[in-house]
Design a protein around this ligand. Structure first.
Ligand code: HEM
Length: 576
């Protein structure tokens, strides 16, 4: 009998024609090993094959004689065993290379971390955001430079931060790190320093100090929106979930500046808890998606209901991306029609990007949506976190609070007048408070790796090969007891008592990172922080409600953004 077979894509199986009539067509089903043999080992379809089937039935059983090499009959278990052996050899050779022959083999660190990325995955994915703390322990054991993975080094030496995060020498990012957000189109994820410069250059102007000063009335009007909401809580005596409120403030500012249309989350009666959960879930998922970056395309291809069942955080993220894409599409449409949707407002970020002379392929909806996700996401939770941590420490330290209030009363005689940035950012005690708040809120709790693509970096006696990712972490910097003694205590005097007002010490304050990849939103974030703290602490009396430092404030896990433990009830404040 002559057999001909074709692969039926629709049903995902082989069809065999075993006679001239269409009724002689059958679908092959069988154990995976036999299907594998049929598909990939064409010899099995040679006359050596024998089939038992019942014509006219779609499903039939069959038996495959496994491939024959001359007189040798090879059973499928042997094929699988050989494949497994090859895999084992490959893995062993890889581990031996990593441990003994890699250019990083000479660096100190645990052998297991040098052998496999599963070491990091164990601490971050399985134990949940614990690698930052483990890295600290590794430094205590192995010294200031440690090999923390087969490919990456970590340094704990505050004086090295500015060398690593250079502004003048090229610094690439680490593909493994940026993959965690699946946003290759953003400036944040531009691995190569030249592509990064191309993307960042049109944004620089929009986030310059001068641009942020133009934005000051807008920021103040959104702070007034917050105050209206706080007045409602003041009347009712209900505690305010302050982190949510601050995050809504930061989101309203950044979305207004991005799209000329604020998302007005401050108007939400509960301060948009779903939005705050979205940002947290997106950042939290980073540990998993860093290890398995293919998850993004797979989950994006699945129906929402399936994603929600497997990865609820991912669904929040996908919905956020869709809504961002809709906002950016509006900017693209109005730009195409030559409309100016901003009115009195300064040019929005995305209008300006569309009008800039970056190449056309950098103006696609997909790329701009990815840039939008970074700008909105980066602008919301980070700023909200600094404001929350600073508020908590001020309310827990009556002496510090009294000193701050005195300075504010003198600088702002009318408590209901909007704060002026030029005044408040020059207040020495407020500046010390802001610096201390930034220090204890860390910015990002994960390490930021930089790569010198063409330069051998020298750290003490160690020559770091060009192209090696080297990370440093703000959490370790900010708790360096030599630079910040008694580092867990909120003490603005460590800045205020310095003869230069703490300027020199700011070298070690790295919440915004440093160098060419430093946070682009730093001027905006600082303006929001100064104006909000000055307005609220000048205008309101506040007390903490059921808030405990060890439960609700202290860093317990690195979710990219610093997070307290799962038992946290958040910081709640009563206004009077
Ligand atoms: C207190 C608030 C903020 C903190 C602590 C902070 C911290 C950081 C840090 C540490 C980085 C570097 C990340 C890395 O190296 O991978 C970064 C990057 C970035 N931040 Fe911020 N950020 C804050 C506020 C903002 C705001 C308000 C915006 C925008 C509205 C913003 C937009 C960005 C962008 C676009 C990047 C990527 C920059 C680049 O790669 O060139 N951030 N931020």
């Amino acid at each position: 009998m002559t057999l001909s077979s074709t692969f039926d894509r629709r049903h995902g199986c082989w069809q065999v024609q075993h006679g001239p009539h269409p009724a002689h067509r059958c679908r092959i089903q069988g154990p995976p090993s036999a299907l594998f043999a049929w598909t990939f080992l064409p010899k099995t379809r040679s006359p050596g094959i024998s089939l038992n089937f019942r014509p006219r039935r779609v499903h039939f059983t069959f038996r495959v004689n496994m491939p024959s090499f001359g007189h040798l009959h090879v059973h499928w278990t042997v094929v699988v065993a050989v494949l497994l052996l090859l895999l084992l050899l490959y893995v062993t050779a890889g581990v031996v290379y990593r441990l003994y022959f890699s250019p990083l083999a000479k660096f100190p660190g645990p052998r297991l971390a040098a052998a496999t990325l599963w070491y990091e995955a164990y601490y971050d994915v399985i134990k949940g955001g614990q690698y930052t703390f483990k890295i600290k322990e590794l430094h205590q054991k192995y010294g200031p430079i440690v090999r923390i993975s087969p490919h990456e080094l970590h340094i704990d030496d505050p004086d090295y931060y500015e060398v690593l995060s250079s502004r003048t020498s090229p610094r690439n990012k680490y593909q493994y790190y940026v993959d965690q957000f699946g946003l290759p189109g953003s400036s944040f994820s531009a691995v190569d320093h030249r592509l990064h410069r191309l993307r960042r250059q049109p944004l620089n102007l929009l986030f310059s100090k001068a641009s942020i000063i133009r934005l000051e009335p807008t920021i103040n009007s959104i702070i007034e929106n917050l105050c209206h909401r706080l007045d409602e809580f003041k009347k009712s005596g209900q505690p305010v979930p302050i982190r949510l409120a601050y995050q809504c403030l930061a989101t309203d500012v950044v979305t207004l500046y991005s799209f000329n249309k604020s998302w007005n989350y401050l108007d939400d009666p509960d301060f948009a808890p779903n939005w705050c959960e979205t940002v947290k879930a997106t950042a939290d998922m980073g540990h998993t998606t860093k290890q398995f970056p293919w998850l993004f395309p797979v989950l994006e291809a699945l129906p929402d209901s399936a994603v929600a069942a497997v990865f609820p955080g991912m669904l929040l993220l996908l919905n956020w991306r869709r809504s961002l894409a809709a906002h950016i599409q509006k900017s693209i449409d109005s730009n195409a029609k030559g409309e100016d949707i901003g009115g009195e407002l300064p040019r929005s970020i995305f209008q300006s990007l569309l009008e800039s002379n970056i190449p056309k392929e950098e103006k696609t909806l997909l790329r701009l949506t990815q840039e939008g996700q970074v700008v909105v996401g980066a602008g919301a939770d980070t700023t909200g976190n600094v404001l929350t941590i600073t508020t908590f420490h001020l309310l827990s330290n009556p002496d510090i609070l009294a000193k701050l209030r005195k300075e504010l009363e003198e600088a702002m005689p009318n408590q209901f007048q909007p704060a002026k940035l030029s005044v408040v950012e020059n207040l020495p005690y407020l500046t010390a408070v802001v610096n201390e708040g930034l220090r204890l809120s860390y910015g990002l709790s994960t390490r930021l790796a930089r790569i010198a693509p063409n330069e051998v970096l020298q750290y003490k006696d160690w020559a770091i090969p060009a192209g090696t990712p080297v990370g440093m972490t703000s959490v370790l910097m900010h708790h360096n007891e030599t630079i910040f003694p008694d580092s867990y205590t909120f003490n603005p005097n460590r800045w205020f008592d310095q003869p230069d007002g703490g300027r020199a010490l700011e070298r070690y304050l790295v919440s915004f990172g440093k160098g060419s990849r430093q946070c682009i939103g730093m001027n905006l974030a600082k303006a929001e922080i100064y104006l909000t703290l000055a307005t609220l602490f000048r205008r309101y009396n506040m007390t903490l409600h059921d808030t405990i430092r060890s439960r609700d404030i202290d860093l317990k896990y690195d979710g990219f953004l610093p997070q307290p433990g799962p038992e946290s009830r958040g910081v709640r404040v009563i206004f009077s």
